[in-house]
Every structure is written in C-alpha cells, then in structure tokens.
Design a protein around this ligand. Structure first.
Ligand SMILES: [Zn+2]
Length: 363
C-alpha cells in the first residue's frame, strides 16, 4: 500500500474540465475521472458549493482529497468529488458567487483561485488494501457506497461493459427486470442493479467476481446469467406481485434452475400464504415455497402480553419438564406448530424453558 501526498494547483486539477452528464466528469487533461460514467450525481446544495469557492478565494485550507491510481496511469476521485466539481463549474462559469462569475473577477483574483493548492493523497495498493482503505476514509464527506468503491478499484473493459448494461439509466438490465413487473429493487445509477447481479452470480461474493473478471474484454457472462435468472423467474412464478422485487432470485435460480417445478402448484401455495396473517414477511414466501425453510416467513411472534398471561396460567411451570422458572428464563412456543395450522393467538401459546424450547424447535 502506497499513499503519497501531492500538492496540485486548481489550474492543473481542473485543466480540460469536461462535464458530459451521464457520460461522467473528467479533468486533469483527461487523466482524472471525477465522476465515472453511469454513476449517480451527488446533489450538492448551493451553499455547500459556494462555501468551497469562498474557502479558496480566502486562501483557507480545504480538507484533503483522495485519488486512486488506475492501472492505465489515470486516477479516480474517491473523496473530493463534489468539491472538485464545484471548482470546475465555477471556473467554467456555470454559477456565480455574490453576483460575480469567474470571468467577472480581476486577473489577480482569477489567478489566486487557479494557483490555490489542493492537498491530494494518491493511493496505490492491492485490491483488498484499497477497498479497506476507502471504506475507512469514507466515513465523512460525500459518501460513496460499497459498489462505487469496488467500481473505483476494478476498472477496465469488463467494468465499462458491465456498467453500460447494468448502471445506465434505462439500461438493458433495468428494462428487462422491469418488463411485466419489477424483479430487482434499487436504481441502476446508484449501482444497485450491478451489485445485485454480481451478488446473484457469485453467491454474495461481489468483489471476488469483479477481481476474477476485471481484465475480461466484456461482461457478457454476467449479462447472459442475469437474463437467464429473469427468464426463469418469469416462467416459474407466473403471477406477478410487488413483493417479488425484494427476493434474492440468484440464490433460488442457482439452486433450483434444473428442478422440475409446477408453476400452477407454486402459485396456489403462494396465494394461500399471502393470506396468512402470521406470515409477516411476504417476500419470504417465494424462497419458502422452494426451500420449505420456515425462517424465510418470519412467523409472527407472541407478544409480551401473551407471554405474561401464559406464564401466569402455568404458574411459572415449564409445560415440558414441569420445573419452575423465572419468565426471563422461558420462551413462548406454539402448542400446535405453525406448519400444522397453529396460529399466533393466546390459546396456542405455552411457555417452555429455553432448553426445552430449543430442543423442540430443533434450533
Ligand atoms: Zn423445561
């Protein structure tokens, strides 16, 4: 891990400043990616923007910024995106301060801004070192999310192609996942579609997949996989419900893509569970009908009031071992289990000591 402090003038940092909207913002003679392509724009309030320019005009210090060195010799801004954009916009005449645009300033005032020195850490290291470091420095300033940090580390043709498909507004992945009902939540430009697809294809190990494919020429493998998952979901769960936007489809596809499933039978089961008021997590019904794991459903728990009433009825005696316990040492249990039709109602509540409850539920 190598971290070097550099002092660069505003003149150098914003030379050839280019803001191409969704195509990104670059400067430093094209070598600096201030905001990468298809990455969300942070909304900086006018007073924050003005404060940056005031600070520079007065010659006061700005907080240090962080740039990451890319393999191709260029840089990505990890912290300082908004400040750099504010400076670039002001010098380009995009906004005025106290009714004076940059071009209204005297040459002397202009030079004072252009000669102002920014303190920038350049950082180089292994993938893991850079991710760890960015995560730590990312606790203040204009926060970037985990996927944006990974995108700054694993740059290359694979990432460019992946972002074109998964991170652009109305990208192909977004259109596919939303045609006939949304199946992926979040927003492409916040990198949530890319992150979801990566998590699906590699069972949650997002950075690992990016590291392995960083130098691939394109992201076709990820895109083909994503299309297969979506097609499988549409064929398997034929009646759309909005809860389907919050299901980990990759996990289910990876495990059940080769199983023979009956969509009509699944739909009948889902419709019934949707009406069960003890099923508190409706999106969990989709994994449940395949895995049969009751924890997917977050079955309603007995309230403290029901527990106290049952405890008093039993006079503190565990219904199984018949020994006496304090209420804190006991847990509520469904007398008739949920999967046998037992409801979360006072009449179906009994208190068991913790040990007996855990033995009974097989936890
Ligand atoms: Zn007991």
């Amino acid at each position: 891990m190598k971290i070097e402090l550099h002092k660069l003038s505003v003149r150098d940092v914003i030379s050839d400043y280019q803001d191409s909207a969704e195509e990104g913002v670059t400067s430093y003679k094209g070598k600096l990616n201030i905001r990468p392509k298809y990455q969300r724009e942070f909304v900086y309030k006018p007073e924050q923007r003005d404060a940056v320019i005031e600070t520079i005009k007065k010659g006061f210090p700005l907080n240090v910024m962080y740039w990451m060195k890319r393999e191709d010799g260029g840089y990505e801004v990890l912290d300082g995106q908004q400040r750099t954009v504010s400076i670039g916009q002001y010098v380009n005449g995009d906004f005025s301060l106290n009714d004076r645009f940059f071009h209204n300033l005297t040459i002397e005032e202009q030079n004072k801004i252009l000669d102002y020195e920014l303190f920038i850490y350049f950082c180089e290291g292994t993938d893991k070192e850079r991710i760890d470091w960015f995560t730590v420095i990312n606790t203040y300033g204009e926060k970037v999310n985990d996927q944006e940090i990974r995108n700054a580390v694993y740059t290359g043709p694979w990432l460019s192609d992946a972002k074109l498909k998964f991170s652009k507004t109305n990208c192909v992945a977004y259109l596919l996942a939303n045609d006939s009902g949304q199946l992926v939540s979040g927003s492409p430009i916040r990198q949530e579609y890319l992150e979801t697809a990566l998590s699906w294809i590699n069972n949650g190990e997002v950075a690992d997949h990016m590291a392995k494919h960083q130098h691939d020429q394109n992201a076709d493998e990820l895109w083909n996989y994503f299309q297969n998952v979506i097609a499988w979901v549409r064929n398997t769960f034929t009646n759309y419900r909005k809860e389907m936007a919050n299901v980990n489809w990759g996990e289910l596809y990876n495990q059940y893509k080769d199983s023979i499933l009956d969509p009509n039978k699944l739909e009948a089961e889902i419709a019934e569970l949707m009406q069960d008021e003890d099923v508190t997590k409706k999106s969990g019904i989709y994994p449940y009908v395949l895995t049969k794991q009751e924890r997917c459903l977050s079955i309603r728990e007995f309230t403290d009031k029901m527990k106290r009433e049952a405890y008093e009825r039993q006079k503190g005696i565990c219904a199984k071992c018949k020994k006496h316990f304090e209420i804190e040492e006991m847990e509520a249990d469904h007398i008739t289990p949920w999967h046998e039709g037992g409801k979360t109602i006072p009449e179906n509540c009994q208190m068991l000591c913790k040990q007996d409850n855990r033995t009974k539920s097989g936890k």
